[in-house]
Write a protein that binds this ligand. Structure first.
Ligand code: ASP
Length: 343
């Protein structure tokens, strides 16, 4: 079982100079997808989420409906890193963030939302039923309840309770994100959990192209485990955690949200694809930008981008080894290990 901290110390990453120019870790050949539709999503939980999306895409449904349905599967699972079963903030409350974007630049987002099971669907209602893009906190909750979403009990899942109690012993505020535990990655649809009870990642991002060639995307998260109360990452921010331009492509991000926001990550990747880069090359260039900004500090963070272009080509790139994404099309259904800066 490898976790990211162990991996990093083993890899002896010492300077930016050592990183730049270093050959990226070659994992697997990029998945070649023939035709439409196609859906891709972050991490191992993406396999189950893609199946949910395929219920719609496989019947020639709209990408927007598919990306909502897909990540609802992950939000539904109480044993997961996303949704109400996830780790709480450092005050013991689960707060959720999500956003969604369609093929016409319509977008909606909720952040710091409590006690609502499906933030992604509330984000969609914000997009469709308000003149706004983003609602946060108690206002987002009030809107959700007015829209008929049930207010769930304020209660941690058993696993989250256990890991919170463990965390409280030291109450160390040291955000650790996306610890890759690949021990059971290929055998389990559920996200892996570390021995200390922490989930290995906290987000699912999904982008899809439907049979008509239209793109949409969704992103939903509990954010960083034991985060400061009120902290938001990239996931609910259009342009950071998610971006869709139906003429070009779509991208979603996972990892240390602060560093994704800094470079407007998903929007940057889409703009790089507009300039002609393949999805993988665009993701790599955006990661490179973060590597240059963070210098030696990249050993403390993980960021990954996952993108799909208008031709249906898929690509991803991460700072560190261990980021996986799930892909589903008419002829492919698998988990792919993305390439990364460090090996
Ligand atoms: N990007 C998310 C955040 O910063 C976390 C994650 O991707 O696991 O909140």
């Amino acid at each position: 079982m490898i976790n990211r901290r162990k991996f990093i110390s083993a890899s002896a990453v010492s300077s930016l100079a050592a990183l730049i120019g270093k050959k990226a870790w070659a994992s697997e050949a990029p998945a070649i997808v023939k035709g439409k539709p196609v859906v891709i999503s972050t991490w191992d939980a993406g396999l189950a989420a893609n199946k949910g999306a395929w219920e719609i895409l496989g019947k020639s449904g709209r990408a927007l409906d598919a990306v909502e349905a897909g990540v609802r599967v992950t939000e539904d699972s109480l044993n997961c890193c996303v949704g109400l079963g996830a780790n709480p903030d450092r005050d013991g409350f689960v707060t959720l963030d999500a956003c969604i974007m369609d093929e016409n630049f319509n977008c909606g987002s909720v952040a710091f939302l409590e006690r609502i099971k499906h933030p992604i669907s509330v984000a969609r209602r914000v997009m469709e039923k308000t003149p706004h893009v983003m609602l946060v906190g108690s206002g987002a909750q009030q809107f959700a309840v007015a829209e008929g979403f049930p207010l769930e009990e304020q209660k941690l899942s058993l696993d989250a309770q256990r890991s919170y109690e463990e965390w409280l012993k030291k109450s160390e505020y040291k955000p650790v994100i996306n610890i890759e535990n690949k021990g059971n990655a290929s055998t389990s649809f559920a996200p892996a959990k570390l021995a200390n009870g922490e989930w290995n990642h906290d987000t699912i991002g999904m982008v899809a192209m439907d049979a008509n060639g239209n793109l949409s995307g969704s992103c939903t998260t509990s954010g960083m485990g034991f985060k400061m109360r009120g902290r938001l990452g990239d996931s609910p921010i259009i342009g950071a955690g998610l971006y869709v331009d139906n003429e070009v492509g779509a991208c979603t991000a996972t990892g240390q949200g602060e560093d994704v926001i800094r470079v407007s990550g998903s929007h940057t990747v889409v703009e790089l694809m507009r300039q002609g880069l393949s999805p993988e090359a665009a993701c790599k260039k955006a990661i490179e930008r973060i590597v240059r900004i963070k210098k030696d500090k990249i050993k403390d963070i993980q960021v990954a981008f996952l993108a799909l272009n208008k031709k249906g080509q898929v690509g991803a790139f991460a700072i560190h080894k261990g980021f996986s994404y799930a892909i589903k099309s008419n002829d492919v259904e698998k988990l792919v290990n993305a390439k990364s800066w460090t090996s």
